[in-house]
Design a protein around this ligand. Structure first.
Ligand SMILES: *[C@@H]1O[C@H](CO)[C@@H](O)[C@H](O)[C@H]1NC(C)=O
Length: 198
């Protein structure tokens, strides 16, 4: 996923290189080879009230080893200090629904605004800058999140920052957002990881 770890400066450097690669459209050619490939299996987003938030998301192939995330989000409700986000990753070796086990990779439950000032600002904001109209800011995020339609156009999902070796299997990523007297929405994406036998 688009997880450039920010805790290590070497990773930030990798993110920087990744941006140059994207600019040059040499996505798979100019970075350290990961030893795994992925393909999207399914992706969906569900909102408890589409008049308040409606999400359309799909994953499109970009080249042999990369996919792009294309999304449209009609954000039409006011976020508050109590708007929470969390993300979890589960793995199954077979893809069977009953087989998924929670992995330690997660974004622990946290307020949206804390998230905006940390992970979002350090990773997502930069990675999505050139392919979407997600909020860009310096310093602290000024709440609330603007009510508008957010677009992403083939945002590259390249696995940068993830381990060189990832066990084969099906990986399910569940992202959730909720708050008191607010709609609940979530997205579930499944990816199949296979060894890169080159
Ligand atoms: C996603 O949200 C819908 C609607 O609120 C809910 O029914 C469903 O259980 C949620 N899915 C997950 C994986 O949390």
């Amino acid at each position: 996923m688009i997880h450039c770890s920010v805790s290590y400066s070497i990773m930030s450097f990798r993110c920087f290189i990744a941006e140059i690669c994207m600019t040059l459209l040499l996505i798979s050619e100019c970075r350290t080879e990961r030893k795994w490939n992925y393909e999207p299996v399914s992706t969906e987003a569900i909102s408890s009230d589409e008049s308040l938030i409606k999400i359309d998301v799909k994953i499109e192939r970009i080249n042999r080893r990369s996919y792009g995330l294309t999304a449209k989000v009609d954000w039409n409700y006011d976020t508050t200090e109590e708007t929470m986000v969390e993300a979890n990753v589960l793995r199954s070796s077979t893809g069977d629904a009953n087989d998924y086990k929670l992995l330690p990779w997660a974004i622990p439950k946290q307020s949206l605004y804390d998230h905006m000032n940390t992970y979002y600002k350090d990773v997502s904001m930069k990675n999505f800058k050139h392919c979407s109209n997600v909020p860009q800011f310096e310093g602290q995020f000024q709440p609330p999140l603007p009510k508008k339609t957010y677009f992403g156009n083939k945002c590259v999902i390249d696995g940068d920052g993830l381990p060189e070796i990832v066990p084969s299997g099906f990986y399910k990523i569940i992202l959730k957002c909720y708050g008191p007297n607010q709609p609940t929405w979530n997205s579930t994406s499944v990816f199949k990881i296979t060894p890169n036998l080159m």
